[in-house]
Design a protein around this ligand. Structure first.
Ligand SMILES: [Zn+2]
Length: 296
């Protein structure tokens, strides 16, 4: 489970990958704690038994429960300090906000209050800001990868690029068909930017460690292009957001298991629509007291 990448950089692989970094005082800084206590317990055991040290701090790349879900568990047992990006950090302190945002800002339905979306709340001690810096005894470069979340950050240490969810592995693209996005305009920039990050190896939030990010960026972009093409063809006639969702999920064979699954996907479709409106490919009309989208 523990893979060593450089003298001081390790990754504890799992459903969500956890970076394990040796700091200048011999203690460890974690990058993302993962979804739950089961994963965090394994990471704690590795740090104590295999590396013979303690956890000093947690760096959280973004405010999604599968990345910070075990923060509270780790903090209780180690008193580690927590750093997270501005805006996203609010979700660490108030995890319900993730479901609230997915549900359009309203009191979310119970099917969005799952363990996958609703983590235990935990503290935030400092903000992750872009730039080259020494943080918790580790020299690192923090880069903005906003788009997948409002303010997602990537972290580069010793030529290892922890790129969070700017890309998803093939298995995820294949299974979910339209990966979650907060904003497509910024996400496209983040994908381009990722190609310019000098690194020897890439540790994505999910999936195997890669030698470079180019192949993964290309496959993730292909999924976006496929989604845009399908959306534009659906919008040959004006449609409401919900009708667009139904048509798009049908055309792209997107699995929708329950209402929670639908509400999780709907904001991503809205992110595509606001981007396409920004680049003047679609626009809105008011029809029969509702908003419909159409091609320009
Ligand atoms: Zn995420």
């Amino acid at each position: 489970m523990l893979q060593q990448l450089t003298e001081r950089v390790f990754v504890a692989t799992g459903g969500t990958n956890t970076g394990v970094i040796l700091s200048d005082d011999g203690r460890v800084v974690l990058i993302d704690t993962g979804l739950n206590d089961t994963h965090a317990r394994k990471v704690l055991r590795i740090v104590r038994d295999d590396l013979g040290t303690e956890i000093r701090a947690i760096l959280t790349t973004h405010g999604h429960a599968d990345h910070f879900g075990a923060n509270a568990f780790v903090v209780k047992r180690t008193n580690a300090s927590v750093h997270a990006p501005d805006v996203d950090e609010m979700v660490l302190r108030h995890p319900l906000m993730q479901a609230v945002m997915l549900f359009g800002g309203a009191d979310p339905v119970d099917t969005l209050r799952t363990r996958f979306l609703l983590a235990e709340d935990g503290p935030v001690d400092g903000l992750l800001e872009p730039g080259n810096q020494v943080l918790e005894g580790v020299e690192l470069d923090i880069v903005s990868l906003a788009g997948h979340s409002m303010n997602q950050m990537g972290i580069v240490i010793d030529g290892i690029f922890f790129c969070a969810d700017v890309v998803f592995p093939d298995a995820t693209l294949e299974k979910y068909r339209i990966p979650y996005l907060y904003g497509l305009t910024e996400h496209l920039d983040a994908l381009d930017f990722s190609l310019s990050v000098a690194c020897r190896q890439v540790v994505p939030g999910h999936g195997p460690v890669e030698e470079g990010i180019a192949g993964s960026v290309e496959r993730n972009r292909a999924v976006i292009d496929r989604t845009i093409t399908a959306l534009l063809s659906i919008l040959d006639t004006p449609k409401s957001t919900d009708q667009i969702c139904v048509d798009l999920f049908t055309v792209l064979n997107v699995p929708v298991g329950d209402d929670g699954g639908y509400f999780l996907l709907r904001p991503t479709v809205a992110a595509y629509l606001s981007h396409l409106q920004r680049v003047n490919q679609v626009c809105t009309d008011i029809a029969n007291k509702g908003v419909v989208w159409r091609r320009t």
